[in-house]
Design a protein around this ligand. Structure first.
Ligand code: TYM
Length: 332
């Protein structure tokens, strides 16, 4: 097993990112022969952004990953733009990617609708670079949240089409999704996913929120007006289901166990109190370690330098095989 995943250095990382992805990267370090994690700054340039802020957010994201438990000795942790094999493979793969498939991506439709001045070609070809990220390391497993399913399917199609056309060069990877919390929803609008760009400020819990803020946001979460209140998961109860999912994910139990733990609750207030407590317990150690790590940018750059060297070494043989198979560059 070889794990790869990527995370954008945009906005502030939230509970959805933590439960759906970051926490699982940390577990991956012990599960896989090799686990590779990338802060994808090239992807972040596909929408309007401020260059100075991008650098800040990159350090923020990296410090959160290390604070969450990624250990540069046990995984490869690097910045996408430091390893040119990624954009190189992206270009090469674009010739086996169908324009029609790219045009069907939900994320492109959502994000392009939010752009005021320019819908960039980079936003359109974003999934090709994402495919390259994974395929250039011959990763077998990709831990992501539910919102990345379509991108993962496209990545598999690209690998299969490449292999059919040029020979068995690439590994076709699999997406892996958490049993609970694959799609954490906005606390104020529980039919929309929690997100820095699309969600509400009040309904988004950030990894770095102090305990009081977390408590306030969860206590104000939208539930429903069932009378008497019913604490169970179901499509007709998005707010309560989301709280139960968060509770289950934060405590590391199943959804059924989370429901059962609320059997004696007097109302939604008890569910919110239990959920807030579990989330505070989950995130507090990360925030505390983050505060120690974040100021030392030189140390963060050292981590990235080591990671870039290892990632480049991992990608080099794959790029060489792809070039050879496609007949570009100097023959071997
Ligand atoms: P990004 O940076 O938007 O999100 C990082 C990870 O967090 C997950 N996630 C969620 N999980 C549960 N509930 C939510 N509300 C929620 N919101 C976000 C995402 O699914 C993701 O796993 N395109 C990717 C970055 C990327 C990548 C890759 C991922 C670039 N190259 C290669 C995997 C492999 C993205 O924008 O993630």
């Amino acid at each position: 097993m070889r794990i790869f995943s990527g995370i954008q250095p945009t906005g502030r990382k939230h509970l959805g990112n933590y439960i759906g992805a970051i926490r699982r990267y940390v577990e991956g370090q012990d599960q896989a022969a090799e686990s590779i994690y990338c802060v994808v700054d090239l992807h972040a340039t596909t929408v309007a952004y401020d260059p100075a802020e991008l650098r800040e957010r990159l350090y923020d994201t990296l410090a959160i990953l290390v604070a969450a438990g990624l250990d540069p000795e046990r995984c490869i942790l690097f910045r996408q733009s430091d390893v040119s094999a990624h954009p190189e493979l992206s270009w090469l793969l674009s010739s086996v990617t169908s324009w029609g498939d790219l045009n069907r991506m939900h994320q492109f439709k959502d994000k392009s609708a939010g752009q005021r001045e320019l819908v960039s070609a980079g936003l359109f070809t974003y999934p090709v670079l994402m495919a390259a990220d994974v395929l250039v390391h011959r990763a077998t497993h990709v831990p992501v949240g539910d919102d990345q399913r379509q991108h993962i399917e496209l990545m598999r199609d690209i690998a299969e089409r490449f292999n059919a056309r040029f020979g068995e060069v690439l590994v076709v990877p699999e997406g892996t999704y958490p049993p609970v919390g694959a799609r954490i929803m906005d606390l104020q609008e529980p039919t929309r996913k929690m997100s820095t760009t699309g969600g509400t400020a009040e309904g988004t819990v950030y990894v770095l929120d102090p305990p009081k803020t977390i408590e306030k946001k969860i206590k104000r979460a939208v539930t429903d007006s069932d009378d008497p209140p019913v604490i169970r998961a179901g499509a007709d109860k998005p707010g309560v289901t989301n709280l139960l999912e968060i509770l289950a994910a934060a405590r590391g139990i199943t959804l059924a166990e989370a429901e059962a733990s609320m059997a004696d609750a007097r109302g939604y207030g008890d569910l919110k109190a239990a959920t807030a407590e579990a989330v505070i317990e989950l995130l507090t150690p990360v925030r505390e370690r983050y505060e120690e790590l974040r100021p030392d940018e030189r140390r963060l750059e050292e981590i990235l330098a080591v990671g870039a060297e290892k990632a480049a070494a991992s990608a080099a043989p794959v790029i060489a095989d792809v070039r050879e198979a496609m007949g570009v560059g100097r023959p071997r």
